[in-house]
Design a protein around this ligand. Structure first.
Ligand code: NOJ
Length: 557
């Protein structure tokens, strides 16, 4: 499985292949102007923190003007900063400061839909049926005697109908929230405008892009439109009317020309929820170049599942020539310490949090969570992930070992999932609560005002200032691991080493760096190798239950 790719440094064009990328959810990171929302100057004030953490890049979730109907993924203007979050000048300063500390900047591009406040959609509403302005979106007449029923019975990703009726009686498609009308990607102006946006941010020094729902842009909406049941029977093999169509790659081929016209070439990573055999298409060098796989995030804390996920995804990456990505937490799912601390089993293959997935179902008892066990397993999984070849994506707050926040009152919730499922699914607010920076203050150092989502009392014990002073904290572990990861990083590649146990995984990187994860309850004896452990604890020469160690020959450290 070893490849001959050279070790990458952040100076090299291929910096992304093995980068540790830290996801910032800007509204919940740090609030400099005291309005309860995190902002760009807040990020700027924490550049030292990011540099000390030892990451190679930050990925910023949307910071564009937005009514926040979907946490900023409803973009009203793709080429500006939300005035509540700062200015373009602040953005430029942030990029400059991050670059000065050797940190690359990746921004989120949301091409499937705009906000309903986007100038184009407002123009489409005003211009009326049959207008050229409506062609940029997906407007249709309704069904029923007077068009009072939606064109189809399709359901949006957040629940409820995927169609919304406008004043003059036409309906528009929204795969996500009502405030997120889908764009018509057959329209040349739509295509041209996104090229302009990619250039706009690339010209400002942005190093790469994360492409939101990259598998949903192109659609075949030839009449008659299929029903929901009929849709479900159509194979997703490149020709499905709505999902993962082959023709989406024509768009990315055009984007590739844009990316490659810069020096170093801009990078992209696809958020594509597609069958794994379709992932290499997105990760191909002529398409976006890299794709997320969410398999590790969907796996239980289980040796067999982890091994299968890794082997499978390394093979897929080899197919496209890209490097693999690894993710345990992001802004869309329950934080991984919480997933691993659930007493309710999450059905295999289901993403906990995305589809409800367990303890946060309305009426569930949050006290069922094994907080310590979940965190212990999360540490083990994180060190396992950080040892893998490829890029690791970390989500803000995981370096503090934060659990999902359950204590959010219905009137304080923001996620459309909560409202569009009749409050049956709590959705994603619990992983988006503003970060605790200090043990006290009105918002635990997040800013001067109450934060936009309430922080629970137990956040104080995980504040950055508390954990920074504690060698045994999760933050200290992440810092040590990320620093060491840079030192140990060598060529991509991985070889499994037989452990004689089903619940212990051990792998070696081509340069001799080894990772041992004990998923089981019994210690795993390391023999003489215990002397070469460079990270993680060894007790009596053994890897304790549910933990990971890194082993490295003296020549590497
Ligand atoms: C995926 C994003 O990660 C999620 O937060 C968002 O709600 C949807 N795409 C719609 O943009």
């Amino acid at each position: 499985m070893a490849t001959s790719v050279d070790p990458t440094t952040s100076e090299a064009p291929a910096w992304w292949r093995q980068a540790a990328v830290y996801q910032i959810y800007p509204r919940s990171f740090a609030d400099a102007n005291g309005d309860g929302l995190g902002d760009i100057p807040g990020i700027l004030s924490r550049v030292d923190y990011l540099a000390d953490l030892g990451i190679d890049a930050v990925w910023l979730s949307p910071f564009y003007p937005s009514a926040l109907a979907d946490g900023g993924y409803d973009v009203a203007d793709y080429r500006d900063v939300d005035p509540r979050l700062g200015t373009l000048a602040d953005f430029d300063t942030m990029v400059e400061d991050l670059h000065a500390r050797g940190i690359k900047v990746v921004v989120d591009i949301v091409p499937n839909h705009t906000s309903d406040l986007h100038a184009w959609f407002q123009e489409a509403l005003a211009a009326g049926r049959g207008s050229a302005a409506r062609e940029r979106y997906i407007f249709r007449e309704g069904t029923g005697e007077n068009g009072e029923l939606p064109p189809t019975d399709w359901v949006s990703m957040f629940g409820g109908s995927a169609w919304e009726r406008v004043e003059d009686g036409q309906w528009y498609l929204h795969s996500f929230a009502i405030e997120q009308p889908d764009l018509n990607w057959d329209h040349p102006e739509v295509r041209a405008d996104f090229v302009k946006t990619l250039r706009f941010w690339s010209d400002r020094g942005v190093d790469g892009f994360r492409i939101d729902v990259a598998h949903m842009l192109t659609k075949d909406l030839t009449e008659p439109l299929p029903s929901r049941d009929e849709l479900a029977l159509i194979p997703i093999d490149g020709n499905h009317p709505l999902l993962d169509r082959d023709d989406v790659h024509e768009i990315y081929a055009e984007w590739r020309e844009v990316f490659d016209s810069y020096d170093p070439p801009r990078t992209a990573v696809a958020e594509a929820w597609v069958a794994s055999d379709r992932v290499p298409k997105y990760a191909a060098p002529e398409s976006l170049g890299q794709s997320f796989n969410f398999d590790l995030l969907m796996a239980h804390f289980d040796a067999r599942q982890f091994r299968d996920v890794v082997a499978h995804n390394l093979a897929l990456a080899a197919e496209s020539g890209s490097s693999s990505t690894w993710v345990l937490s992001n802004h869309d799912v329950f934080r991984h310490p919480t997933r691993y601390g659930l007493s309710l089993p999450v059905p295999e293959g289901e993403v906990p949090g995305r589809h409800g997935g367990g303890w946060l179902e309305a009426g569930a008892d949050p006290s069922a969570l094994d907080r310590d066990g979940g965190l212990r397993r999360a540490h083990a999984a994180t060190l396992f992930m950080l040892g893998l070849p490829g890029s690791a994506y970390l989500y803000q707050g995981e370096e503090l070992g934060l659990h999902e926040v359950a204590e959010i009152a219905p009137e304080q919730r923001q996620d459309p999932t909560f409202f569009r499922t009749n409050q049956e699914q709590y959705g994603r607010d619990g992983c988006r609560v503003p970060l605790p920076w200090s043990a006290d203050g009105p918002s635990l150092g997040f800013g001067a005002a109450a934060p936009h989502l309430p922080q629970p009392e137990w956040f104080a014990a995980s504040a950055v200032e508390v954990e920074a002073a504690d060698e045994a904290s999760t933050l200290s572990l992440y810092r040590a691991a990320l620093r060491l990861r840079r030192e140990l990083q060598g060529p991509e590649g991985l070889e499994w080493i037989e452990t004689g146990r089903d619940d212990v995984l051990r792998f070696a990187r081509p340069n001799g760096w080894q990772v041992v994860t004990n998923f089981g309850a019994e210690p795993f004896d390391l023999g003489a190798d215990a002397a070469d452990v460079v990270l993680g604890s060894v007790v009596d020469g053994a890897v304790p239950a549910e933990s990971t160690v890194w082993i490295a020959p003296a020549s590497l450290v």
